[in-house]
Design a protein around this ligand. Structure first.
Ligand code: DGT
Ligand code: CA
Ligand code: CA
Ligand code: ZN
Length: 569
């Protein structure tokens, strides 16, 4: 049970209480506890095991919440939470996933209009009933309708790490079966798409029925959707569907190629086969009736006259043309990364001190890091003013003197304000090694204004990196309305670096625009944007995204051994 899990349950209690219109202070105490614990650097489970009384030493945690945490850790659930849930219509909680809707609105809708679920909310928005409620209007009604559409589109997909974790659980289990010889996942997961719809697993093995029985008896399986001798589908406890196929070993390569997709890549492949007088399917490559390839993927591509094409490139975005011209990229790999240029410490909303961060970065072998805490907007909330960055710079410089194995850069992630200015004065910016500019507010400006805003920021001489350029939150918030092509052109002109933010919920810039920017010679930084050193692990997903955008080592600035020199070129 990790801290995030505990925080989520406390948050849910707060949400239910708020929807029920309970005491404001009680609600606040749950919300505050959830905020604090979510990023709390020490393991709560361990604290409880050592001595539950220690919970009271966490600032913001009182008796009542401490008891709940203890109960959750020791018993696996909180009685109060279970009682609340029992009396509560859980479909109301789902409404909270819709952008712009919090507990207050849910309460308003349910009390005033008797709304119980998303369908009823949608109907109320379409009928105009929402607009008549207090503090609502035509505009907020249409925004809610738009947000419902967004949510419905995204609902049935899963973030990549979630899909990956689930797939690995099944692969580990299946590998233990004596009947299974090979097992591997295909589909969008293998192409490292940022969200996946389901998990496609391929196996070879003799005793097919036994393999299917074995799959269906996995403890994580909550429902068997279909069970056949070559294909079965089950639902995992996470809600994700798993499709398992058993193929012959001499068709494994063809099946892997086919089920990795994407579909458009396969369609193009079939055309190529036809031109060469072959027929291609998941069973193999055939000349007349004779099978000529199928055992490995390499063999399948080779007989078509192509080199091996990496799964991340198989999106039918020019990979065949590039291969014919001998111009397939040599894709960047995790080991090429030499440092990380975006992370937060306790100076803003991170949960660790700079010293702790440096220690972990060294352990991971980073050659450099940039501490890039937020600008004024977030410091003010902590009672710090603009000049606090100067104190922070001194702290970093002192540490830099001491640390010989790692270069610690002074940096900041500075808000791009509504008018395109940055949230620190140029005088301050000039003292930093690295300035990342990001949009963190006014997400819904019209396209023209939003584009102008970012372009103006790209003309600030101190801005080096444009952080999470589109502002999207996968499955949650649409990207900003931006003319991204114009922004990429401006970045190319002004020699600004675009970030690939590795947070799996962002993966921003996206693959399509990464490739566009690469074609305009723009350079990239693959950053973790970590708020805790555990999140350095996000970098792996940034690498996946970079590979989907065709990037090579030389396209990415933080593959350089000498980052200060790289900044100058
Ligand atoms: P997903 O699951 O929505 O994230 O995306 P995929 O790409 O994993 O799609 P899925 O699970 O429907 O199918 C897996 C692969 O099987 C897909 O990438 C390509 C192949 N495939 C599925 N349907 C067709 C089809 O109708 N034609 C061709 N050529 N290939 C298909
Ligand atoms: Ca799939
Ligand atoms: Ca599938
Ligand atoms: Zn940010």
């Amino acid at each position: 049970m990790d801290n995030k899990f505990i925080a989520n349950i406390l948050r849910e209690i707060g949400e239910i209480l708020e929807i029920q219109g309970e005491n404001r202070f009680k609600i606040l105490s749950y919300n505050r506890a959830a905020d604090i614990l979510e990023n709390y650097p020490y393991d709560l489970e361990e604290i409880v095991e050592r001595d539950p009384k220690l919970l009271l030493e966490i600032p913001g945690i009182g008796d009542s919440i401490a008891e709940k945490i203890e109960e959750l850790v020791l018993r696996g659930e909180i009685k109060f939470h279970q009682q609340l849930l029992k009396k509560f219509n859980h479909k109301l909680l789902e409404l909270l996933n819709i952008r712009g809707i919090g507990p207050k609105k849910v309460r308003l809708f349910s009390v005033q209009l008797g709304i119980e679920d998303i369908e009823q909310l949608e109907a109320a928005a379409k009928s105009g009933a929402l607009a008549t409620l207090p503090k609502m209007g035509k505009k907020s009604e249409s925004e809610i309708l738009e947000a419902i559409n967004e949510y419905k589109q995204h609902k049935l997909r899963y973030l990549l790490p979630y899909g990956l974790q689930t797939a690995e659980k099944y692969i580990a289990y299946l590998s233990k079966s004596p009947d299974i010889k090979k097992v591997e996942y295909a589909g969008s997961l293998r192409r490292r798409k940022e969200t996946v719809g389901d998990i496609d697993i391929l196996t070879t093995g003799k005793n097919k029925n036994k393999i299917m029985d074995y799959l269906c008896s996995f403890p994580g399986v909550t429902k068997v959707l279909a069970k056949g001798s070559t294909k079965s589908s089950v639902l995992d406890e996470t809600g994700i569907q798993i499709d398992l196929r058993i193929v012959e070993s001499d068709e494994y390569g063809s099946a892997l190629q086919y089920f990795t997709g994407c579909k458009d890549h396969n369609v193009a492949m079939r055309e190529i086969a036809k031109k060469r007088g072959y027929k291609i399917s998941e069973y193999g490559v055939f000349k007349k009736e004779k099978k000529v390839a199928g055992k490995t993927e390499e063999e399948v591509y080779k007989i078509m006259g192509y080199p091996y094409i990496e799964p991340e490139l198989r999106e039918n975005r020019g990979e065949f043309e590039a291969a014919r011209a001998g111009k397939l990229p040599k894709l960047i790999e995790y080991k090429d990364l030499k440092g990380d240029l975006h992370m937060h410490s306790v100076w803003s909303d991170g949960s660790q001190s700079i010293i702790e961060i440096v220690k972990q970065a060294k352990k991971l072998g980073f050659k450099y890091i940039a501490i890039s805490d937020h600008s004024q907007s977030l410091r003010v909330a902590k009672g710090l003013d603009e000049n606090s960055i100067l104190v922070q710079i001194e702290e970093i410089q002192r540490l830099r003197e001491k640390e010989k194995d790692i270069l610690i850069l002074t940096g900041a992630e500075v808000d791009i304000l509504e008018n395109g200015d940055l949230d620190f004065s140029n005088k301050i910016l000039s003292k930093l090694d690295i300035v990342i500019g990001s949009v963190h507010s006014k997400f819904r400006l019209p396209r023209d204004e939003q584009t102008k805003r970012v372009i103006k920021a790209l003309n600030n001489p101190y801005l080096k990196i444009l952080g999470h350029p589109s502002g999207r939150l996968l499955l949650k918030r649409e990207p900003l309305q931006l003319d991204m092509e114009a922004i990429i052109k401006e970045a190319a002109k002004n020699k600004k670096i675009l970030e690939i933010n590795s947070n799996p919920q962002r993966l921003d810039l996206n693959d399509y625009y990464i490739k566009m920017a690469k074609d305009m010679n723009v350079k990239f930084a693959i950053n973790s944007d970590s708020h805790h050193t555990d999140q350095f692990a996000y970098l792996k997903f940034g690498i996946f995204q970079a590979r989907r955008g065709w990037l090579e080592k030389t396209d990415v600035i933080n593959t350089s051994n000498d980052i200060l020199k790289a900044f100058k070129t």
